[in-house]
Write a protein that binds this ligand. Sequence first.
Ligand SMILES: [Zn+2]
Length: 92
Amino acid sequence: MASTCPACGKGNIVSKTWMREFEHEGKTLEAEYTEDYCNACGTLMQSPETIRRNLSMRTAVIEESRKRSFCPLRTTEKLDHVDMESETDRIR
Ligand SMILES: [Zn+2]
């Protein structure tokens, strides 16, 4: 699926996947990002599919970290929330 670069007309558009760090709720997380760029002039091509894919990778990493991070040392907010949920369960 190599396509010619619209910027220089010489290079091909290639996909590159790399790990990108981002901050979420004070934590540094890593998500896999894909970017399409020209292998001749380096112009970055942001296709809607690529953006959507990157966003969903990021969302998956955030959700994964939420599941793992029921750590009492993190935030009291989260603990309160958990307590409230179990109270509700008991009432039901
Ligand atoms: Zn190019």
